[in-house]
Design a protein around this ligand. Structure first.
Ligand SMILES: Nc1ncnc2c1ncn2[C@@H]1O[C@H](COP(=O)(O)OP(=O)(O)OP(=O)(O)O)[C@@H](O)[C@H]1O
Length: 345
């Protein structure tokens, strides 16, 4: 048995498996997240690992979040940016090649919510960027958020992963994330919106390579290992059946949308011909109820609205707008209601 001592932390522990550092060359979020989960579940429980990766533009939501509450979905579709649901909790973040992610794996017994962020922040301080870790365990620079963190703990294992805004497209970031909709009630987790900045504002030279190098060096020192980075390609990932299966699950509708916690949405509108308030309930992203709460519509129109609502039950919430568009409404009033619904749902 070997003892690893930490030079920069107070932690000291016994391990039989030396710490390792991996750098992914894939920029595909599904492969990277699947590989991250493989490292979490399939490496020895006592092993400390650092994984670094970055993704092509995508939005990554937390395991228990509601995409309709977090994202400007029409903009996401317009920009053809994928929506990815990760396995850890926490909020919604934007990724692109200007954002590098780190993931620190460890035995649960050595897990500490702050330590990982402190390590990354001290690596940045060595690059002359004045970062610090705030009370939410986010890394901030002055008062601006530059990194967000999430954690996962299962049995004897834990990880802490985080983003790092080096030179991301902040206009896309802001345009794709949206304020929560007060009319949508959910048991899911809401994001905590912050003012974000890129680290390039403090260090014009900083980029993926220099960040990777600085964090890897700091980690090697803390773990008392030689600095050796194992580079991983998509081919390496594909060779592991667990990773391929995991990636397929991350791509599935059942995971991306179907994991959405139950929610209700209250929608009201004043039309020229009367008012309508409805409540739609959704479970596993399927419509489970459509209730008219209040209406001053004529009884003929109201019964058509109710029939439309009944037809929507059992359908995916994300296909409801198509369904309403497809309804062959011959009546102008119904057509207006259908158009309104397809816009606001
Ligand atoms: N790549 C990013 N890095 C840092 N902050 C971001 C990024 N993208 C978006 N943000 C900001 O972070 C907010 C979400 O923060 P929240 O604390 O809810 O999630 P998080 O737990 O930090 O996310 P993660 O777990 O992925 O790090 C967004 O509303 C936005 O203001």
């Amino acid at each position: 048995m070997q003892w690893h001592s930490c030079t920069s932390q107070t932690r000291s522990y016994a391990t039989s498996t030396p710490a390792r550092i991996f750098l992914s060359h894939s920029t595909n979020p599904y492969w990277n997240l699947a590989y991250e989960d493989w490292l979490f579940r399939k490496t020895p429980a006592d092993q400390h690992i650092l994984l670094l990766y970055r993704n092509a533009p995508c939005i990554v939501i937390g395991r228990n979040q509601n995409p309709w509450n977090e994202i400007n979905l029409s903009r996401l579709r317009q920009l053809r940016i994928p929506l990815v649901r990760r396995r850890s909790g926490g909020g919604t973040v934007y990724h692109d090649l200007g954002n590098t992610n780190y993931c620190l794996f460890m035995p649960r017994a050595s897990f500490d919510r702050r330590q990982g962020a402190e390590l990354v922040s001290s690596a940045l301080n060595a690059l002359d960027v004045p970062t610090r870790v705030n009370e939410r365990h986010d890394i901030v620079c002055e008062s601006f958020k530059v990194s967000g963190s999430a954690f996962k703990l299962i049995n004897a294992r834990a990880y802490h992963h985080g983003t790092m805004l080096l030179r991301s497209d902040l206009t896309s970031l802001r345009g794709l994330l949206k304020a929560e909709r007060p009319s949508l009630k959910t048991k899911g987790v809401g994001s905590v919106s912050s003012s974000v900045r890129n680290l390039s504002e403090w260090n014009a030279e900083i980029g993926h390579e220099s960040f990777v190098r600085a964090v890897a060096e700091r980690y090697a020192k803390a773990e008392d290992i030689e600095l050796a980075i194992t580079e991983i390609t998509e081919q390496d990932m594909m060779a592991e059946e667990f990773v391929s299966d995991n990636r397929a699950e991350l791509l599935s509708w059942a995971w991306v949308w179907g994991q959405t916690p139950e929610f209700t949405i209250d929608l009201s509108h004043q039309f020229d011909f009367g008012s309508l308030s409805i409540r739609i309930t959704s479970k596993h992203a399927l419509i489970t109820a459509f209730d008219v709460e209040q209406s001053t519509l004529s009884s003929a129109i109201l019964s058509q609205v109710e029939a439309l609502g009944q037809a929507m039950i059992g359908n995916r919430y994300d296909s409801a707008s198509d369904l309403t568009k497809e309804s062959h409404a011959t009546n102008d009033q119904i057509r207006s209601i259908v158009q309104w619904l397809s816009k606001v749902m």
